[in-house]
Structures are given as structure tokens and as C-alpha cells.
Design a binder for this molecule. Structure first.
Ligand SMILES: Cc1ncc(COP(=O)(O)OP(=O)(O)O)c(N)n1
Ligand SMILES: Cc1nc(C(=O)O)sc1CCOP(=O)(O)O
Ligand SMILES: [Mg+2]
Length: 217
């Protein structure tokens, strides 16, 4: 179930969009995204009531289409909205504490190596986000790219962990990412920077689903 939801995970905030974020999300939903993360971060990001109002509207769209709505970093916001889950990184609120606060909502944890995967699992994470796989333009403080080899390494040691790969993934690389052992791809620019968001999202979805079918996951 979780592995299916991770297939095409769209991560986005207003800063990533060149047009109305609601219109971007609508098109991405029409294109077939399977999960959404509200990541309102970076220069010019909304805060306070404005951030809350945008989150509320994006959440409504996801609810209407049965797409899990995950909040990045901000556990208070996730609880206030009764969102489907939270995603935290190694420098955010500790995963164990987040799990205690959110109960059985989804918990995603960013990881960069096998040790962090094991820690995330002991904190009762529902999935891990491994990245950056490739260099990314969307996260200023991203670590060095770990490449497809890290996906293979983690999958060799943790056969069942729901794992989504993130960072610089495009239509050109999505197939290799799934073949390396990821259950899905998480993207910002491959959707936000697409000229035709609906069509490009649909293409990404087809690539991922086709690669997953062949790999039997
Ligand atoms: C699915 C997914 N994976 C990884 C991240 C990165 O989280 P983090 O390292 O906490 O960095 P920020 O996104 O908070 O800048 C993610 N957001 N989503
Ligand atoms: C939000 C995020 N986290 C990363 C990590 O490595 O943990 S890379 C990243 C940005 C992903 O955006 P794009 O698809 O445009 O490369
Ligand atoms: Mg974070």
C-alpha cells in the first residue's frame, strides 16, 4: 500500500512554482501523482496565516482525489490541518518524537545511508526518502549526490523498507531509479518546471509504473 503511494510523489511549495500553486497541483493530480508533500521553504516562502491558508487549499484538492497530503518539517501545521502525515529530515524534530506526536499518521524520514535507514525504521517511520540521488537545483543545502549505487546498497540490506528516491530525478533517469530498487520517485522540478505539467506528469507516471511492473514491485 505505502509502496504504491510512493510511486510518483510530488513535493512542492509556492517558491517552486512559476504559476498559481493550486493550478500546478490540479494539473499534477490530473497527470497521476500518487502522493503530495507541502514543502513551503526557501527564499520568499509564505509563513504564518498565509502559509496555513495555502496548505488548507492544497489539502482540499488532495482530499478530493484521495491523494495523501504530507507536511514537510512543520508538525504543528500537520496536526492543525489533520493532514495525512509529516516528513522530517535528520536535522528536524527527532523522528521518534514526531511519531509520538502524530500517532498513526504517515511518518517519512530523509536518509542518506543504511545506518539512517535502520534508525528511521526503529523510530517507526512508514517510509524513507533517500537523496539526493543526482545533483538538484531545488534544495540549497542538499548533500552530495549519492547515485543509484546507494539505492542498490540499501535495497540489498533492507529488502522491504518503503523507499522513495529524491533529487534531480527526471523522465530520463526515473526508470533507472526504479530498476535500482526504489519504490517511487519524489520530484519538484520535473513537474514544477515542466512546460506542460499534466502531460509531463503523465509521462513520468507511465515510466515509473512500467518500470515497477517489470521489477514486480
Ligand atoms: C520524500 C522526501 N525525501 C527527502 C526530503 C528532504 O527532507 P530534509 O532533509 O528534511 O530537507 P527539507 O526538505 O526539509 O529541506 C523531503 N523533503 N522529502
Ligand atoms: C526536497 C529535497 N530533498 C532532497 C534530499 O536529498 O533529501 S533533494 C530535494 C529537492 C528535490 O527537487 P528536484 O526534484 O527538483 O531535484
Ligand atoms: Mg526537513
Amino acid at each position: 500500500m505505502m509502496k504504491q503511494k510512493l510511486s510518483l510523489y510530488f513535493v512542492m511549495g509556492s517558491v517552486d512554482c512559476t504559476k498559481d500553486p493550486l493550478a500546478v497541483l490540479d494539473e499534477a493530480i490530473e497527470g497521476g501523482i500518487t502522493m503530495f508533500q507541502f514543502r513551503e521553504k526557501g527564499k520568499g516562502a509564505l509563513t504564518g496565516v498565509e502559509k496555513y491558508r495555502l496548505a488548507e487549499k492544497l489539502f482540499e484538492r488532495c482530499l478530493a482525489h484521495n491523494i495523501p497530503f504530507i507536511v514537510n518539517d512543520d508538525v504543528d501545521l500537520a496536526l492543525a490541518l489533520q493532514a495525512d502525515g509529516v516528513h522530517v529530515g535528520q536535522e528536524d524534530e527527532a523522528a521518534e518524537r514526531v511519531r509520538d506526536r502524530i500517532g498513526d499518521r504517515y511518518l517519512g524520514v530523509s536518509v542518506h545511508n543504511l545506518n539512517e535507514v535502520k534508525q528511521a525504521l526503529s523510530a517507526r517511520a512508514d517510509y524513507v526518502g533517500l537523496g539526493p540521488i543526482f545533483p538538484t537545483v531545488s534544495k540549497k543545502d542538499a548533500k552530495q549526490a549519492c547515485g543509484l549505487a546507494m539505492i542498490k546498497h540499501i535495497r540489498a540490506h533492507e529488502k522491504h523498507v518503503p523507499l522513495v528516491a529524491i533529487g534531480g530525478i527526471t523522465q530520463q533517469t526515473a526508470k533507472q531509479v526504479i530498476e535500482a530498487g526504489a519504490d517511487g520517485i519524489a520530484v519538484i522540478s520535473a513537474i514544477c518546471r515542466a512546460e506542460q505539467i499534466r502531460e509531463q506528469t503523465k509521462r513520468l507516471y507511465e515510466i515509473v509504473m512500467c518500470a515497477k511492473q517489470k521489477g514486480g514491485s
